[in-house]
Design a protein around this ligand. Structure first.
Ligand SMILES: O=c1ccn([C@@H]2O[C@H](COP(=O)(O)O)[C@@H](O)[C@H]2O)c(=O)[nH]1
Length: 232
């Protein structure tokens, strides 16, 4: 029984029925689950609690980004739902991340992990240059990860392409959570900074976030089992 599966399946569905049909095939020893903005907006905290009750570790991927007081209260509310992990945008700044961390520490679930999004995996160098001039994705990820580390966060969301760089810079327990994971030959969709599951694990990633390559594969359970085999 694996207590700490490395794949986080992103439940990005617009009906609860589709999501629960998939979840019914999965086992908490094979994957964790991620609830993002779409499903949380549609189905709210009760949906999250339902998944927790089935024994899954839940990453609540709401990417909070607001003034420190607001983000801190949102993180406390998320932690008190009983989720395994929650996140904020690192570009919200040091004070915002410190207050969020403190709010979780003061909550009824101080063990909840808090990580920060660096540069979205859907952005390439050209897109990043439209919002932050004269910096590469790797430089911007490193800068924001350093800030998150300084704020005492548990880790960051980055692409697997930056994992080796960050793994060499931070302590082994600093979590690197990477979306943009694509098995060889699978459709990239809107993801730009991608890597295969096996290469990502070799680069020092802590957890792989995978949505469409599993959920839209036509045979999700087999796909997940193959990924777990590939990274074993
Ligand atoms: O930089 C980021 C941050 C979050 N995500 C989320 O991960 C999944 C990826 O889904 P795929 O279907 O495997 O592309 C999705 O829920 C995003 O909101 C990200 O992709 N990149």
């Amino acid at each position: 029984m694996n207590q700490d599966p490395k794949v986080i399946v992103a439940l990005d569905f617009d009906t609860k029925e589709e999501a629960t049909a998939l979840v019914a095939q999965l086992d908490p020893s094979e994957c964790k689950l991620k609830v993002g903005k779409e499903m949380f907006t549609l189905f709210g905290p009760d949906f999250v609690k339902l998944l927790i009750a089935k024994g899954f570790d839940i990453f609540l991927d709401l990417k909070f980004h607001d003034i420190p007081n607001t983000v801190a209260k949102a993180c406390k509310a998320a932690a008190e739902l009983g989720v395994w992990m929650v996140n904020v945008h690192a570009s919200g700044g040091l004070e915002m991340m410190q207050k969020a961390k403190q709010a979780i520490a003061d909550s009824t679930h101080p063990e909840t992990k808090l990580i920060a999004v660096t540069v979205l995996t859907s952005m390439d160098a050209e897109q990043l240059a439209q919002v932050v001039p004269a910096v590469t994705p790797a430089e911007q990820v490193t800068k924001l990860a350093t800030l998150a580390n300084q704020a005492g966060l548990d880790g960051v969301v980055c692409s697997a392409q930056e994992a080796k760089l960050l793994r060499d810079k931070f302590a082994p327990d600093f979590l690197l959570v990477t979306p943009g994971i694509r098995p060889a030959g699978s459709d990239k969709g809107d993801q730009k900074r991608v890597m295969t599951p096996a290469m990502a694990m070799k680069s020092g990633v802590s957890y792989l976030v995978m949505g469409r390559p599993i959920t839209q594969s036509g045979h999700p359970l087999e796909t997940l089992k193959q990924v777990n085999k590939d990274i074993a």
